[in-house]
Design a binder for this molecule. Structure first.
Ligand SMILES: [Ca+2]
Ligand SMILES: [Ca+2]
Ligand SMILES: [Ca+2]
Length: 386
């Protein structure tokens, strides 16, 4: 076997392997490979003690509760983004209560974030809109020292209505950093969150000469969004709690209250600037689980391992005479336009008999098999022709 062949074999095995194991676990592993990762909370484990453990550093989480809330209001072992992962449900009293000082969540009493800091969170809100308290806020990840706000991720907004009332957009996803809780210090990621949908959100921050520069990004995982929506970078006056601050997950930075109502599956903390390409890579690793399918050929809807007249007829039978559905819709989508319809059957016949273009990558059976695209809409239940 030549060196080139060995290389290609290794490459193809690596691709197959990545497809097979991609999931939240793969996301955790990719983060663990990052040199800047300093703390990782997966909320996975056999009991709450394990589920609060720091899987990278030594800062295990502490439960906290106040007001009408108890630490027993925190729910462990909630379903995570996929079946391999568990989440934790932090607690906020029902709307109309005294949410500013009530809630149950987690805290790291003292953490040094440094002059560069990045985070990733996988979470699922269970309320469309935060209401109650002075600001209609639900903190997902936050800290603060004095006037240095590190409101890294929260549901709510720093916007005021015409009467000066805060938090008119309790449905936003935002980040506010620095010297004031104001729109000018706010990086707004989304104007609406859908209750029950999973989200990936991340951000990177650096402090220099009294200012903080940062960007955030987000993707709706339940919608299968594979492109991160980027907000920023913006530069604001002031800092976040860079040194020996308390950091909270699911509630206030300085104690319980202003709780986030929803599930938190994963939190990664980095002591450096992680760029958007790296976050994008992590997002794709995460979504491979959702969209993972077998290797396949495009243009073999009857899964025979070859492309011939019967494939075109198979599509027509499926569409018009109640024939069986292709086991791999992605394979039947010959022109790769995201739908299986008449044009795909015509496309195959045109290729076979009229010299038309070949089915789109990874191509028909004479070509190498390829993985199902990460952003596949049609999916591929099974394909045996590879
Ligand atoms: Ca988890
Ligand atoms: Ca075939
Ligand atoms: Ca098509």
């Amino acid at each position: 076997m030549t060196r080139l062949n060995l290389f290609l074999l290794a490459l193809s095995l690596a691709v197959i392997n990545r497809q097979a194991i991609a999931d939240v676990g793969e996301f955790q592993d990719i983060a663990q490979d990052h040199p800047f990762l300093v703390h990782q909370y997966t909320f996975d484990g056999a009991d709450p003690f394990e589920q609060r453990q720091d899987n990278r550093g030594e800062l295990d989480l502490i439960e906290q509760a106040a007001g009408s809330a108890l630490v027993t209001d925190i729910i462990y072992g909630s379903p995570g983004f996929d079946e391999s992962s568990e989440a934790v449900t932090t607690y906020r009293p029902l709307a109309g209560g005294v949410e500013f000082s009530d809630g149950a969540n987690f805290r790291i009493p003292s953490i040094t974030l440094g002059d560069e800091f990045s985070f990733e969170v996988i979470f699922r809100p269970n309320q469309e809109t935060i209401s109650g308290g002075a600001f209609n806020l639900g903190y997902i990840l936050a800290n603060r020292i004095g006037n240095d706000r590190g409101y890294f991720l929260f549901q709510g907004s720093a916007e005021q209505d015409e009467f000066g009332t805060w938090g008119v957009d309790g449905n936003d996803l935002a980040s506010v950093i620095g010297s004031s809780f104001s729109v000018s210090n706010e990086n707004s990621l989304l104007e609406d969150l859908t209750a029950g949908d999973w989200y990936y959100a991340a951000g990177s921050y650096y402090w220099e000469n009294g200012e903080t520069t940062f960007f955030n990004c987000v993707a709706n995982l339940s919608e299968g969004e594979t492109d991160l929506l980027i907000a920023g970078p913006i530069t604001v006056p002031g800092s976040y709690g860079r040194d020996m601050a308390g950091l909270s997950i699911g509630g206030r930075f300085d104690g319980p209250g202003e709780g986030f109502p929803g599930d938190i599956d994963e939190v990664n903390l980095y002591n450096g600037w992680v760029d958007e390409d790296e976050f994008e890579e992590h997002l794709l690793a995460l979504l491979d689980k959702v969209n993972a399918g077998p290797l396949f050929h495009r243009g073999d809807p009857n899964d025979s391992g070859s492309l011939d007249l019967s494939d075109g007829l198979y599509i027509f039978n499926y569409l018009f005479t109640g024939g069986a559905q292709p086991s791999c819709n992605e394979s039947a989508d010959s022109n790769a336009d995201g739908a299986v319809d008449l044009s795909d059957g015509i496309y195959l016949l045109s290729y076979l008999f009229l010299g038309g273009p070949a089915p789109a990558p990874p191509g028909p059976p004479v070509q190498p098999c390829g993985p199902v695209p990460a952003d596949s809409i049609l999916g591929c239940e099974s394909y045996s022709g590879c």
